[in-house]
Design a binder for this molecule. Structure first.
Ligand code: 13P
Ligand code: SF4
Length: 312
């Protein structure tokens, strides 16, 4: 019975993939996917990457339609960088919880009260927050970009963990917004201790959205792409991975001879997992759900994003 269900699911995925590829060609569309997407969604994508690489791809593609398999802020960033393209997010309610932890009014008020602070904003935010910011960063370029602000006073929004990590590493005057990612923020020193006991020869690789005390236990801290590159280039055979389990697909595909263990079973972003192959097909078939951004906000947000692309 279970075997039949697996065969049926495989046949169904096969038909869906076929239809997606046909429609993609007809519409001159490109499918972009983040590493946290379901395995089969990553496999149908033209390009799989971290936030920075996906932004770059969105800015440079000559496709007419971008189907963005990720969360809302990623598709919105693609639309801001490629305003003439149709950008589709296959599930309208795929929203990043962290992006909801900062509001336009609160940041505007903070800016009025602290005009001396440069606003450095994580890409995991809505367009109106980017519009209020001096520059945008992602987890893979934050440290490099921050070095251009040495000696300045900074407000880092909205991820307190990445902000505190940068403050600890660089020693700059950085205030942090009290936002966080619900899956990375739950990681504890104990999680690392337990997995180190279980896999004593493993290297521990953690995303910088985790709390600082946990990051201090890691052998490597970096973005999803940073983790993938580190594991690929390392001599080690075993790795403990401290980020969303979706990344295991790319890690195992690229390193079939190595072993990857997830640091905590809670590491699965619910919103990233909303998009299924059926949704990708519907997006292409019915042009749903199109991303639109207010032109004034988009122009201001684009300045901060362009500055990021220039400095990264
Ligand atoms: P990356 O830029 O490292 O892919 O991270 C995106 C993200 O949302 C992490 O939670
Ligand atoms: Fe947002 Fe966290 Fe999900 Fe990344 S993993 S999209 S930061 S909620």
């Amino acid at each position: 019975m279970r075997y039949n269900l697996i065969v049926q699911k495989k046949e169904c995925d096969y038909m869906l993939k076929d239809e997606i590829l046909k429609l993609k060609k007809e519409k001159n569309a490109i499918i972009l996917a983040h590493f946290y997407q379901h395995d089969e969604v990553q496999d149908i994508a033209d390009f799989v990457g971290d936030s920075l690489a996906l932004s770059r791809k969105a800015a440079s593609t000559d496709a007419d339609v971008i189907v963005f398999c990720g969360v809302y802020f990623m598709a919105e960033t693609a639309k801001i960088l490629s305003p003439d393209k149709m950008v589709l997010l296959p599930k309208q309610n795929a929203l990043c919880n962290m992006a909801a932890m900062i509001s336009y009014d609160a940041l505007k008020k903070y800016k009025e009260e602290h005009p001396e602070r440069k606003i450095v904003t994580y890409v995991n935010t809505r367009a109106e927050i980017k519009a209020l910011s001096d520059i945008i960063v992602t987890s893979s370029n934050a440290e490099k970009i921050m070095k251009n602000f040495e000696g300045e006073k900074i407000m880092y929004t909205p991820d307190k963990n990445l902000g505190l990590y940068l403050r600890d590493k660089l020693g700059y005057d950085i205030e942090v917004w009290p936002g966080h990612c619900y899956i990375h923020d739950r990681l504890t020193i104990n999680d690392v201790k337990e997995l180190r006991k279980k896999y004593p020869n493993a290297e521990v690789l953690i995303h910088p959205e985790a709390p600082l005390e946990v990051l201090k236990q890691a052998d490597y801290v970096g973005s999803t792409k940073g983790i993938l590159d580190y594991a690929t280039n390392s001599e080690a055979k075993d790795f403990v991975i401290g980020t969303d389990k979706g990344i295991l697909h790319a890690l195992r595909k690229q390193n079939p001879e190595k072993n990857f263990h997830i640091l905590s079973h809670g590491l699965s972003c619910f919103n990233m997992k909303r998009i299924k192959l059926e949704d990708v097909l519907d997006a292409l078939k019915y042009d749903q759900h199109q991303i639109e951004v207010d032109p004034d906000i988009a122009a201001r947000a684009k300045r901060a994003l362009d500055e990021m692309l220039r400095l990264s």
